[in-house]
Write a protein that binds this ligand. Structure first.
Ligand code: AHG
Ligand code: MN
Ligand code: MN
Length: 341
């Protein structure tokens, strides 16, 4: 038979159901939660694709043809995800970059919901207006309080407690990548059928790479160990294929996704301006840290495994070094060597 007939398209929905035996808890619930996120992702994708038409169809902040106010895309994305999670009935509260406080979900269907979701609804939002890749990052936990009103403490769990985590990248194609702790799988949206289809099964990051990603404009403010590691990346050495290439998009999801596929390291250190780093632990660093570990890579704050940091607030920041295991281990080594100088 011609191989084209043997090729099987596996949609995200089919895959989630086939793999739900892997889930540690009530299986249908987490499946439905992931499905709801997939649906919201498609709606956000539709709007992201129209972003360049904003000036023709009406500026963000102005009224659209129905007289409704046009929303900024990050606010729109936030509302879409919260709305999908509210109607699904599996999520009892959301912690989002766009909301100062957690958002409890009080719909009737959600009264016995067991999961909380942390989300960066639109990551890399400064890249929207210039047609550069942006994304969404999410992380799912079981609530720790078993009954009663949802508490902030339900969100303040270490990354090791995540039950699912993923991201959506709105790039040259739209992809959804997620893990439930049994490896990492990537799905590409086929717009002609409106389905995410399995395109990158069992993703693995190479143990080392040739790409380093950092905002070098902040160089003067970097810790000495990071400055020294950058010198190492830029030095010539045929055996280790240096100098490495510098690649920095400024959308964490996009920089992360490229490095996951090709091998490399992404760094956002503490700087004088942001002494705790810039990126958020709950909805940026933890989900990506779990994904990278599940793909064979490593994520650190410079000395400690990201997944073992104990969160104390919803919007807590942390330095982040994430990517190929050997590269992250090496920058940790530089940081420790120069930390007292
Ligand atoms: P967000 O758009 O969700 O606020 O996140 C922006 C983040 C991240 O996507 C990116 O890697 C980083 O900010 C870029 O920061 P700099 O512009 O300081 O390099
Ligand atoms: Mn972000
Ligand atoms: Mn954001």
């Amino acid at each position: 038979m011609n191989s084209i007939y043997k090729r099987k398209v596996v949609t995200l929905g089919q895959f989630i159901i086939e793999r739900q035996a892997d889930f540690p808890y009530a299986k249908g619930e987490l499946s439905r939660l992931l499905r709801d996120i997939g649906i919201a992702a498609k709606i956000v994708n539709r709007e992201v694709n129209k972003a360049g038409l904003a000036d023709i169809l009406g500026d963000m902040g102005s009224s659209n043809v129905q007289g409704e106010e046009q929303k900024k895309l990050d606010v729109f994305a936030n509302e879409q995800f919260i709305s999908a999670l509210s109607s699904g009935g599996e999520c009892c509260a959301v912690a989002s970059e766009e909301n100062e406080e957690m958002v409890p979900i009080s719909t009737e269907v959600a009264k016995n919901a067991k999961y909380v979701v942390c989300i960066d609804p639109l990551d890399g939002s400064s890249n929207i207006d210039v047609n550069v890749s942006i994304g969404t990052i999410f992380s799912i936990y079981r609530r720790t309080t078993l009954t009663g009103a949802i508490q902030e403490s339900d969100f303040l769990q270490k990354g090791t407690e995540q039950v699912a985590a993923g991201y959506i990248i709105f790039g040259s194609s739209t992809m959804l990548v997620y893990t439930t702790g049994k490896g990492v799988n990537g799905f590409t949206l086929d717009p002609s059928i409106g389905e995410f289809c399995l395109s990158h099964p069992d993703m693995r990051i190479p143990s080392t790479g040739k790409i380093y990603s950092i905002n070098e404009g902040n160089y003067v403010h970097f810790p000495e160990g990071v400055k020294q590691y950058l010198k190492y990346c830029q030095a010539e050495d045929a055996a280790t294929k240096r100098p490495y290439s510098s690649r920095y998009i400024g959308s964490l999801v996009a920089d992360f996704h490229r490095n996951l596929l090709k091998g490399g390291i992404y760094m956002y250190p503490a700087t004088a301006k942001s002494p705790k780093g810039k990126l958020r632990l709950l909805y940026e660093c933890n989900p990506l840290a779990w994904i990278i570990e599940q793909a064979g890579g490593k994520a650190s704050d410079g000395s400690t495994r990201i997944l073992e940091l104990q969160p104390s607030s919803l919007h807590q920041r942390t330095p982040l070094f994430i990517g190929s295991t050997e590269m992250v281990a090496q920058v940790e080594e530089y940081i420790s060597r120069f930390s007292h100088k």
